[in-house]
Design a binder for this molecule. Structure first.
Ligand SMILES: [Zn+2]
Ligand SMILES: [Zn+2]
Length: 341
């Protein structure tokens, strides 16, 4: 309950640091009025004088309705104009050293982050510049095509797998007992002791959190009880499951089976505009499989350098050897033809 004397500055003559107990400015004699704000000097000593303590505890000064002067609570007549005491009082205010729950300041982007973002943008711009498509007039020097067909044959092959996953039509040649997997089976539990840390409140401590403006030139220290914690270690025993590993054996089979497999690739190619598929006859032992078609166009630019393009069939069919085209390239490879004007 420490009481300390406050200070006030005179609004009339500007004299600073008048003592809280002074009812008139010692410099100009002006009565301490309502507009005067009390403030606590950080190094103010604790008040021990009985009379001063009594004044501090008497309550806030009352404010004169006629002249505005403030007069100690126990005095019945105004210090300024001798008017009778009224109910109007100076405010009693709690002033905290640290305002509670301050709003967090908005996060600012760090300079380093901005620089990194800048470098990233430059890199993207550079990449776009490098990858930018170029357009040039080129002569179509020639065309070619290639068509391939995989030929499959029906034959007997030897494969291996677990017995319960054999394909239909498999004829087993030999089997072998093998470890297929291990199964985890819980057989029980065992106690395991661990050390855990926990925060325990061991008591409280008085912390000075601010002061109270008593409204009469004095201030009172404000305290708050804060919890005091201690980290303690505790051992706990928990049951952990215990497992057994059970081996599981199964039949690994070598088997033969009749099926279609890739045998060879038949190819047809040409430098004309009449592509055709290679002939593959279908029998009960042979059939055509996967087909692949590739069409190429060879352009020559103004420097005589060659650029190859692999367009789709319909684009390729419209090309005319010897004609000039506006060819679009990116990083040296042909992307296509510029749209006709
Ligand atoms: Zn003054
Ligand atoms: Zn008055």
């Amino acid at each position: 309950m420490a009481i300390r004397e406050g200070r006030w500055d005179c609004p009339q003559c500007g004299n600073q640091g008048n003592r809280g107990s002074e009812l008139k400015c010692p410099a100009c004699g002006r009565v301490r009025a309502e507009e005067v704000q009390f403030y606590a000097a950080e190094d103010a000593a604790e008040v021990t004088d009985e009379a001063a303590l009594a004044r501090a505890k008497a309550g806030a000064d009352w404010i004169c309705e006629f002249c505005g002067a403030t007069t100690p609570a126990d005095q019945k007549r105004c210090r300024g104009c001798s008017a009778d005491r009224t109910e109007k009082r100076r405010a009693v205010k709690e002033l905290l050293d640290r305002p509670e729950a301050p709003a967090p300041a908005p996060k600012k982007k760090s300079k380093a982050g901005l620089v990194l973002a800048g470098i990233g943008l430059l890199a993207i711009a550079g990449g776009l510049l490098l990858c930018r498509a170029k357009e040039a007039s080129m002569t179509l020097a020639g065309v070619s095509w290639e068509r391939t067909v995989e030929v499959e044959k029906y034959t007997t092959v030897v494969e291996e797998h677990w017995r319960d996953r054999l394909p239909e039509g498999a004829r087993i040649l030999s089997t072998e007992r093998k470890l297929e997997r291990t199964d985890k089976v819980q057989t029980g539990t065992r106690p395991v002791t661990k050390t855990v840390e926990e925060k325990v409140q061991t008591g409280t401590k008085k912390v000075k959190v601010g002061k109270k403006d008593l409204g009469n030139g004095y201030f009172e220290d404000l305290f708050k009880e804060e919890p005091v914690y201690e980290t303690r270690q505790r051992t706990v025993t928990e049951d952990e499951p215990v497992y057994r590993e059970d081996p599981v054996y199964a039949d690994w089979c070598r088997y033969e089976i009749d099926k279609w497999v890739k045998d060879r690739v038949e190819k047809a190619s040409g430098s004309d505009k009449s592509p055709d598929w290679p002939a593959v006859s279908a029998t009960d032992k042979q059939r055509p499989g996967k087909k692949v078609e590739t069409y190429r166009a060879l352009f020559k630019d103004a420097d005589g350098e060659e650029h190859e393009w692999t367009p789709k069939l319909d684009e390729w069919q419209r090309l005319e050897v010897g004609r000039k085209y506006n060819v679009v390239t990116r990083l040296g490879s042909v992307q296509g033809l510029a749209a006709a004007e």
